[in-house]
Design a protein around this ligand. Structure first.
Ligand SMILES: [Zn+2]
Length: 369
């Protein structure tokens, strides 16, 4: 048993000056094509109610390349430009089917610079990856091996706000299902810990989290203090971006380890639909578990459960997980957030608030399945 999946493997790389210039130019062209085509399509849809097809937008791109103004688009690899049109097409289809909002313009500052190469636009052999329009392979830091005999189907190159270069290779991979296990676990997004498990374990924020946050705050303050447009401001922006990148990387790493462990150790994992209990309403809670971290945790659990043949159950968000006693079912009248421990009025057991909630979440999930 196993599962055939498409899996992305991401690495840092260090471009030569010429490669960096070529890629920056390509990123600029990708953004320009995306934004111009978005404007065209928006006009067609809002003005005439017309849904532009991918083929039409592709033909329009060809015409653009023949104009004097946009002739430079012909100088970079055409594949990333076509891929941008494909993504835009997908975004519009989702919008038309009411699955997503109207596609938005990509801003130079806020959106990540990237370009996507499909098979015809790169060569990969024996750990050497060469992109279209380049003579030399990229200097990739192969921090972990690609799967045996992997044939990448898509290669995405990007540069983050901190100026770091990444290449992501999408490969077919076969993931063996894990042997079934007996245990199940409920997870509560908590106040005092990142998550609390129904087993009683509290998984704390990684220990550097607090220090990282302090650094982030300081870098943010420095940045906002510098005059707009000045050299120092740019330096401060870069420093802020670096700190931010480090913090996000660490958190992702931590969440990967946690979710892999949860999925390995349990046949069924139950979480709450976050969208968020009272999190939005409650500032302290929102601070303790940032929305982003929980979303990331959930999506990792989703695909890992799928990979390894486990079950993830998401229980309804209006489920009152903290009030009922997980031992006898007696319902506590009120449960203000400052109450961390409580004694059940019926059976007399002493509960840790979060552990009790995690137990209730687990029971609700198992009852649903
Ligand atoms: Zn009780």
């Amino acid at each position: 048993m196993g599962r055939q999946v498409k899996r992305a493997f991401r690495y840092r790389f260090h471009p030569t000056e010429a490669q960096a210039a070529e890629l920056s130019r390509t990123f600029g062209c990708v953004r320009l094509v995306y934004n111009r085509m978005l404007a065209e399509r928006t006009r067609a849809y809002a003005g005439e109610g017309r849904r532009v097809s991918y083929a039409e937008s592709s033909a329009l791109l060809t015409r653009w390349k023949r104009t004097e103004e946009l002739a430079f688009l012909g100088e970079v690899s055409s594949v990333p430009l076509q891929q941008a049109l494909r993504h835009l097409q997908g975004a519009f289809v989702n919008f038309w089917n009411k699955r997503a909002r109207h596609p938005a313009f990509k801003s130079k500052k806020k959106s990540r610079a990237s370009a996507e190469y499909t098979r015809s636009a790169f060569k990969y052999r024996d750990g050497r990856l060469t992109l279209a329009k380049m003579k030399e392979p990229l200097n990739v830091v192969w921090s972990r091996p690609l799967p045996e005999g992997a044939e990448p189907t898509t290669v995405t190159v990007s540069r983050d706000a901190a100026g770091r270069w990444f290449v992501s290779l999408l490969c077919e991979d076969r993931i063996p299902h894990l042997d079934p296990v007996e245990s199940s676990v409920g997870i509560d997004a908590g106040l005092t810990a990142l998550v609390t498990l129904s087993t009683g374990e509290k998984v704390a924020d990684p220990k550097h989290e607090r220090r990282d946050r302090r650094r982030l705050t300081r870098a943010q303050r420095e940045h906002s203090r510098k005059a707009k447009g000045g050299r120092n401001r740019e330096k401060a922006r870069l420093r802020l971006a670096r700190v931010h990148a480090r913090v996000t990387d660490r958190r992702r790493d931590f969440l990967h380890k946690l979710t892999t462990r949860l999925v390995r150790e349990n046949q069924t994992v139950v979480i709450e639909d976050l969208a968020v209990r009272n999190m939005i309403k409650n500032r302290t809670l929102a601070r303790a578990v940032s929305d982003a971290a929980w979303r990331e945790l959930r999506s990792m659990l989703e695909y890992k459960a799928d990979w390894y043949g486990r079950t993830l159950i998401v229980v309804n968000r209006w489920f009152p997980s903290s009030k009922p006693c997980s031992t006898c079912g007696h319902r506590a009248a009120a449960m203000p957030l400052h109450v961390r421990d409580w004694v059940c009025g019926s059976c007399g057991i002493v509960h840790d608030r979060d552990v009790n909630a995690a137990k209730n979440i687990l029971a609700a999930g198992l009852a649903e399945s």
